[in-house]
Design a protein around this ligand. Structure first.
Ligand code: UD1
Length: 445
């Protein structure tokens, strides 16, 4: 099993291209289920989650053609892929795939919209909390779906083969829940209103694409989406937005190495709250027409409290990375995780590197230390794993991160990108044989 080995203490300087957003790409790929014409997606990142989704959609009859790589523009160098769902051959998503990638649940809405039926495995528990899908199910029921939960599967059917518009008022903001119901509503009969909808830029990106396919949607970027169902959708070409979580991660990389990075294609407007917190803590962030400059001197970084919240608040997907930076700040701070129940698993690993963090429930108090020391650590989920890479960049000596399959789910060629700006980082094959239970675990970030 591969490991990442980092020799810390190098100042990072240079340009890093930001890839297309994984969390935008996954629902956009599922939107191909909604039409019998081609959906062309540009700036698709090369990630294992994208391959898993392609595998799942392929099993349903979607065919893929790689149209090539984009001309690099503003750092966008992702693939261009055409997804064709002329004829769907299956409406089933098996446990094997859903357990590996929770975002597989995103096929439920579009399958119900186009085929009037779907059988999708329940995701089950995962490393960052129980993460139920009850809100997805309730929403579909509000649109007339009959749902039967049996044998660990969601068996959903629309009477008469077509969903009906309804009012969905989410108890809790859910990103993939909003995306699933949006995709269910675009072909339903009549009007659907989604209240307390997620406002994440990835949701807006999906709305832009669905509209280009002929959907009638208003309210994007707000907490209320109104969808008037249409009879059919057509093909479209869509540019995926840059990955704000990857960009935020590299902002932290600049700060923690007292570096100066230019993140090609990044947009501060996609993460207003995180931008504000980093700036308050002493990181220079400048928006330029073609990207963001992030620079800092670690000796000037202050501890600023952070609370994760639905957008426009600070993304939970940046919490672990920020915590790593705070372990080396000049003053203490607290971090409250309000989105997921079990998202502090990076704390014991950071402690192995010498960090001093007290955890009480979902609140962490970070007591800064003067330095981290390299050690062997283990990635537990996608964002936790990158927080360990960041820690390794700043730590004295060598840090080895194990179980990096988590990293490959969401960070495109991270060691290459970091090496090009001065990091001493390499991917190596571990001599240890994988133990039982070391195989891909489901963590749906
Ligand atoms: C998405 C992102 C993930 C990010 C998360 C929160 C994708 C592919 N993944 O995950 O990277 O960390 O948003 O920003 O876009 N909940 C319920 N019932 C439901 C659905 C959700 O109780 O039916 C709860 C969850 O357990 C969690 C909260 O709602 O506590 C938010 O989860 P949600 O926004 O749905 O996360 P995902 O869409 O899975």
């Amino acid at each position: 099993m591969d490991q990442i080995r980092i020799e810390g203490g190098q100042r990072l300087e240079g340009r890093i291209p930001i890839s297309g957003a994984k969390n935008a790409a996954l629902p956009l790929m599922c939107a191909s289920l909604l039409t019998d014409e081609s959906l062309v997606l540009r700036n698709l990142p090369r990630l294992s989650d994208i391959s898993s989704m392609a595998h799942l959609l392929g099993s349903m009859g979607i065919s893929f053609s790689i149209l090539g790589d984009d001309e690099p523009h503003q750092g966008h160098m992702g693939r261009v892929i055409s997804l064709d769902g002329k004829k769907l051959t299956s409406t089933r998503a098996d446990y094997e795939i859903v357990r590996k990638m929770r975002a597989s649940i995103l096929v439920l809405g579009p399958l119900m919209a186009r085929m009037g039926e779907a059988t999708v495995s329940l995701p089950g528990g995962c490393a960052i909390g129980p993460r139920p899908v009850d809100l997805h199910i309730k929403g579909l029921e509000a649109m007339g779906a009959e749902i039967d939960l049996r044998d660990g599967y969601i068996h959903a059917k629309a009477p008469g083969g077509r969903l009906k518009g309804g009012i969905i008022d989410f108890d809790k903001v859910t990103v993939t829940g909003t995306e699933n119901l949006l995709m269910a509503a675009v072909l339903a009969e009549g009007r659907t209103i989604i209240k307390n909808a997620a406002q994440e830029p990835e949701v807006t990106d999906l709305v832009i694409c669905l509209k280009a396919m002929g959907a009638q949607i208003s309210g994007e970027g707000t907490d209320t989406l109104t969808i008037d169902g249409v009879e059919r959708l057509h093909g479209a070409t869509h540019d995926i937005i840059p990955d704000r979580i990857e960009a935020g991660t590299f902002m932290v990389a600049a700060a923690i190495t007292s570096g100066d990075l230019f993140l090609e294609g990044a947009r501060l407007e996609d993460q207003p709250a995180f931008t504000e917190i980093l700036q308050k803590s002493g990181v220079t962030l400048e928006q330029h027409p073609d990207g963001v400059r992030a620079a800092a001197n670690l000796k000037d970084i202050k501890g600023i409290d952070l609370v994760t919240e639905p957008y426009p608040g600070v993304a939970t997907d940046l919490q672990a990375q920020y915590m790593t930076l705070m372990t080396l700040a000049q003053t203490p701070c607290t971090i409250d995780e309000t989105i997921f129940e079990n998202r502090m698993m990076h704390v014991p690993e950071l402690s192995r590197l010498g960090a001093n963090i007290d955890v009480d429930g979902n609140t962490a108090r970070i007591n800064p230390v003067s330095s981290l020391k390299g050690a062997e650590v283990m990635a537990t989920d996608l964002r936790a794993s990158v927080s360990l890479v960041l820690a390794g960049l700043a730590a004295e000596g060598v840090t080895t991160v194990n179980r990096i399959y988590h990293l490959d789910r969401g960070y495109e060629r991270i060691e290459e990108k970091l090496r090009r700006v001065g990091a001493k980082i390499q991917r190596v094959s571990s001599e240890t044989t994988p133990k039982a239970g070391n195989t891909l675990r489901q963590v749906g970030t």
